[in-house]
Design a protein. Structure first.
Lengths: 339, 339, 339, 339, 339, 339
């Protein structure tokens, strides 16, 4: 049975190495975007996954399709039309200097998609899982509408629905997010959030936590998960816990909340290669875990190990196999050469 | 006295070497655009030149400013604001395979500029020349309005006005171009056109000419220039003559029409490095020639030699000095090593 | 209905630009190989095509699979196993210096494949065309056996069978080739050869032709095609005609022989970007032409225009669309910028 | 009012990544040099800054000018002439392997400049600050003479004068430095030194400090600053404090001494991208701080935060804005992605 | 007097930066292999060293020869012939993601060498040291035979013989290794092993040690060295001690066992640039130390400092001078810029 | 018996592709220089060749040594000392735009060498050929003195002496060249010149020739060779004949004058990859020809074919084998792929 992910794929134009924008004479051109990242990661786990979006017919649109096909993602449900592929510019940070992202996504084909572009009934044939993130409805009220319709149809056909809140302040205000997501999340079975999302979207606070200083409070996160779970009837809530020591070093763990119980993962001290897409790789790991493992602890360890590895990989996509994730989740983080 | 050029500067994302778009993993990131190209070329001729446009305040906008400053173009008249820098994607052709350009310029800061952004009275202080191309009014009716106002003010302040017709079918129809340019060209003193522009914009045909086969007819071009000159009272008309043998080899010459006389330049057989910006380098050469030389033949030879050299240079900008142009115009095209 | 191609895909390690091997500190790593090249080219023409080979399970094998998927080639029939991906090293020539290829393909998974690896009955389901080249049976007597079995099954299921003779003296002698191909070609409907193959494989000479000096004789080639056609009952024979002026400049045309008639294409003067894969792009163009056009002249013009364009593209694969080929075949080789 | 910096700009030829010299087949070509670095950093803070040096008229000299103009530094006071641009070769260290610099600056245009090249009266028009470093007078006795004259004229016109001692043992001995600097520093208002300079130039020791082991002694540095301040009547003395753990990791802080009081900054643990130019970025931060902030603590925190960020940036120049420095100085060093 | 090293040199195809194999479009092409690495490292220490192997006559073989000659290794004893240069593909790890090596060395010229290829009597003229590693006999039983013969001849001529056990499970089983090495090691004077080799080859365990968790036990290693020393009459045994914290950070030290005494080196905390070849650089350092220093502690400190520096250098070879090693061994690991 | 070449080796800093200097952010770093180029070319022909120069002890000097060793040139006669490696900056031309070279060689170790640095008696042991070019004595009067001494010693020991006049107007005037070379050439057996050298150095004109227009006159060149041969008693004079059509296309041939007879080679139409070093590759080819072939026509065909191939190769050095040269000299310039 297939997994369907829906959302944006953008051209990612990143400066090389640690060059600032003003130093760049070349951009590394790859593709990324929340739902695309999840799709590719799942394809690398050998899941049967189809990515749904809208892309222009010109060569840049075709490049996005080719990039997804390369990793084995099904692209036959992608609608072709519209004018542009959204872009994001990336400058990687180091030490005390943060990474910087400039979005140029207005007017992209998916932002200007209309509800008639997608035939959800057909898209969900042979599918048992539907995933999207909060960025998708944030793109445009019309796209929010499409997302809501997709959820309704998915629910009707009995798919599991997962959503990563992924609040982006450049796309909408907390008020707008709250209004829209409050309609959508009731259809969602599995809700993913990071340390800020719940607060920004639903005004749910983790007590005694300061994101800037890296202080995170276990109890607070349990409350947040409980609140989301109860308010929207999500059977599973997962929260990623990032302690940002610097742009080069982070600590990374997560919590799974299921059946009224919280399960905390190991914490990894990560020396960062590329942090973008870290959240999406967690989402993909979680979906895989929920589909293949029984025990909550196993599920959350898989998701966190998967996303831990993502931080060591260039580009948005998580290019790791299930075996690689399991090796880490099972305790070998020594990084010894594999010959 | 300063030269003012007005128009667009775009981020040019070109694949490396002869890679097709679907092969690219990097884009060479430079800047270009008709009026920017003319400004940089004139700055390389040591002219005092100021480029007027609108650019966002973010880093990508700043990169465009920096790139112009690098070549000594005055950027203090650039308005900062709006959301994006227009983009064009370029794949260089070779042999029978043509170069391919994909524009992504909608929504750029300059396309969405408003008349109140520019104070032409102040911009034209200390200036004696104003240049723009047909692409600028084509961007948006509001920008066409701004261009017309600029022409009026320039005329009032006694500047020479030059315009390269530069018809682009992706930006407007012949009908739209005709309507708008018919209002603007009467203010223009120096009109530049290539082998297609006069036909597409003003429905003026060069008889017995076939652009695809590379047949060009001298008499026909004299008629075209005469017609433009008389219809719009331009004291100077220049027409570039490109014979496209393949994407790798072109023949290149031009004609100057002044005082009822036509002056044809030498023709160069060019082995092409980068053909984009060829027309703009001709415009810059022509402006320089008109400002510094007396004899029409000298003027047109300078303009053609300048643009001939551009075809051997990567990127939109013509990076050559007056001395280099004169060496070629005076007959040394042997390409022997300069030690 | 699907097209099946069968053969080798190798890692192509090419020095950058015009570097000789002793100058290389990096290799451009792409993939190529006769049957893979035909498959990708057909996929770029939007044909439904499946490539059959054997590749190791390790990451380098996976990279080959990913590269094919990227262009939309079906890879689900590829057998996984064995130890290595064959390699060829390439140094591009220029002017009087020829390109140089060093093969390192012994021991590759496909070379050591066994007949039980492939279930041709299943592979040919929903297929109506089978293509391979003379390199495939030359890899190894066992692979020759597999090829023969595939031909028999294809014939049984009523597929059209095409074969490019593609003689390689480093793989086998003329005697070995003759013996093996004489068994296989009787199953073939469409036989493709270049100016040397017929002589080296079947001892059929084109009279008055000297490959080194570039003299080619039309009458001689008609005789060759007639002889092949009659000896093996191929309904179609196509011969490519290359005049090698230098490593930088070639002339290129071809002849189609059908129903006792010879049809010669236009001849193109090509400024070469990358000549490797030129023959395979002709094969793909021919297959496309035979499937979609009626008139022999149209078919051969399509095949030659397709392969002409290949010479302007880096890498083994021909990355052009049907529209691009038709534009050239219909007469526009001017290489003017497509905006 | 303008800031004038005077000194050297060199071509910096750095191996890529962590390549040793013997591995390099390419050099990254940028520009740098003490006074140029300070000028660019100040331009990035939006200060009006003019850099004074001498550069040859050939293209490499022009490249240096262009590089400065790119960042908005005024280059109109640069004298053109002489034969060469000085060069330094750089190999970046990592872990226990130190970075290595090879200077090739003898015979550069600035080293061979003569006093008549510079008209300081005119240069200082509209300026209120003059900055140079100890490297400038060390280049050549004649350049030392020019520096002294510049100081006298600056003092006459009432500019603030700042100098970074910047002792370089390859350029002169401690004795020579002492003799020359003892004449110059009395004109200086703001004196900058690192942990070794005071000792090498003025034989002033920081007690109980061992540069190699990274032990630094607060009291010792206060004594040093007091001594400099009193001996030469500098109203401000700043000392940078580097603890070199390895080529990859440093700790970095500084002390400001003003009005008999010492102000120590926060200390940053830095994961190094490029350490060259770290001292110059401190100088620029200090000048900015002294011009814009009242409180000594604010000034030193700004200077240290600015130079902390420099260590995360490739190349000599500090490419950060005032906002970015303030964000760090105000406590956010978490390196979280800025979207 | 010369040092002879015998073994393999392979083409090392490494992805750039931290790219995974599936992301690579280029491979960095260098050469490496246990005995070649030791030879180059010794040549960089200014030792007179000759590397013995077999390489094909084609250009890729020549590239390997050129690469060795570049560093001053004598290549005149290299036998030319056979078909291929062995290859290894490398993907560098980071943080929790391990480096990955894929070997493609079957069928290489050295693997298929025959005893008659090498005239050891002549090779050992003017030589006083012979070095090889356990990888060499593991390549092929015939090569094991050649190695044994070389040892016998070396012993006869009175050379010192050193061997690094270097067990590789992909090349042979513990049983095979045990059988072969038990014949060879009795000829060896200096035996080098890492934390796993002794166990895998000779079933000698270091008690209370867990390689994965990084726990190493001093006493255990002394027992191992003692056992090797006594069983095979090696006068010197050296054991490297790696604590793998992650793919980015390792701790590194070693122990020398001589005359019944164990000497432990300092331990270095290394931030890794390239870990491959680390063991070989230790071997080269040890050989140099044994030839030039008296005291065991000096010898082991030199060997460990040399290999510590290797971890900061790209590529297999250790490109450091004796002076650089001594600076570190003598205590300066601060990584301060060397100007 | 060995060949000795004496002269300069410089760091060649070339922009990538067709970038102008002002576009470069990287330089391709290789080495070249007249006598070094001849040495490497001869080493590639498997001659035993030793290059004599002076180079600094620092890493950049070492890189030059390594680069020569890589190709098998003996470097043991190179004197180490002095301060710098000379540099030349190169920007490759195309079409009508000439290549541009900026020299920065003043103060290089070889320019400042003293006669006591070289012990010619020892250098010439086991040698039978001595080669240098006119650039060597032009570096500095002291180096001219060294060259003269070398010639005297070479003559005494009975070596053949060859010299390429290689006039460089940036190094000395015609008058200076005339004076110095008139003393040196009498020792020379084989004199090489291009179309300008004889005129610039010895005021010997080829009648009816215009270098700029590419007109070359056979009779004129015979006169020139005769004059040189008779005036200085050179038994062999060779003159290269370049017709520069553009920076991309040249025609290339040469003439050998021996025993009062002139032998003209074939003329090659060359599509240029890198023209620098073309003359040196001719010199090397000539030396090889004179040592290995009997017939003058064979000799000159070898030399011209060798240098023809050089134009297709990046960098100063000619990286071709004797077999490759012979294939071309014997008539195969078709550039067909060598598989």
């Amino acid at each position: 049975m297939k997994i369907i992910t829906f959302g944006e794929i953008m051209l990612r134009l990143a400066t090389h190495g640690f060059y600032r924008f003003t130093q760049a004479t070349d951009y590394e051109a790859t593709f990324g975007g929340c739902a695309a990242n999840v799709a590719v990661s799942l394809a690398n786990f050998n899941e049967d996954v189809s990515f749904v979006t809208k892309l222009p017919t010109h060569d840049i649109g075709q490049c996005a399709v080719n990039d997804l096909r390369k990793y084995g993602v099904d692209t036959t449900m992608i609608v072709r039309g519209g004018n542009r592929v959204g872009i994001y510019y990336l400058e990687k940070g180091a030490s005390q200097r943060p990474s910087k992202v400039i979005y140029d996504r207005a007017g992209s084909s998916i932002s200007e998609a209309s509800p008639t572009d997608f035939d959800w009934k057909e898209i969900f044939l042979d599918a048992d899982w539907f995933h999207f993130t909060g960025i998708t409805p944030a793109l445009n009220p019309q796209v929010a509408q499409i997302t809501l319709e997709a959820c309704k149809e998915a629910k009707k056909q009995g798919l599991q629905i997962s959503c990563d809140l992924n609040f982006r302040k450049k796309l909408w205000t907390s008020e707008q997010a709250n209004k829209t997501m409050s309609e959508i999340i009731p259809y969602v079975d599995v809700c993913i959030a990071n340390e800020e999302d719940a607060e920004k979207v639903f005004n749910i606070h983790a007590s005694k936590t300061n994101v800037l200083t890296g202080e995170l409070n276990r109890e607070g996160y349990i409350e947040v998960a409980k609140e989301i779970s109860e308010r929207f009837h999500c059977h599973t809530v997962a929260i990623t816990l990032r302690k940002s020591i610097s742009a080069s070093d982070n600590k990374w763990s997560a919590m799974l909340y299921q059946g009224g119980q919280a399960y905390f993962s190991k914490e990894y001290a990560i020396h960062i290669v590329d942090r973008v897409g870290g959240g999406d790789s967690f989402g993909a790991g979680l979906i895989y875990g929920l589909r293949h493992f029984e025990k909550p602890q196993e599920i959350i360890e898989f998701a966190v190990a998967a996303s831990c590895l993502k931080h060591s990989i260039e580009g948005d996509y998580n290019r790791v196999t299930v075996d690689e994730v399991l090796t880490l989740a099972n305790g070998d983080g020594s990084g010894r050469v594999q010959r």
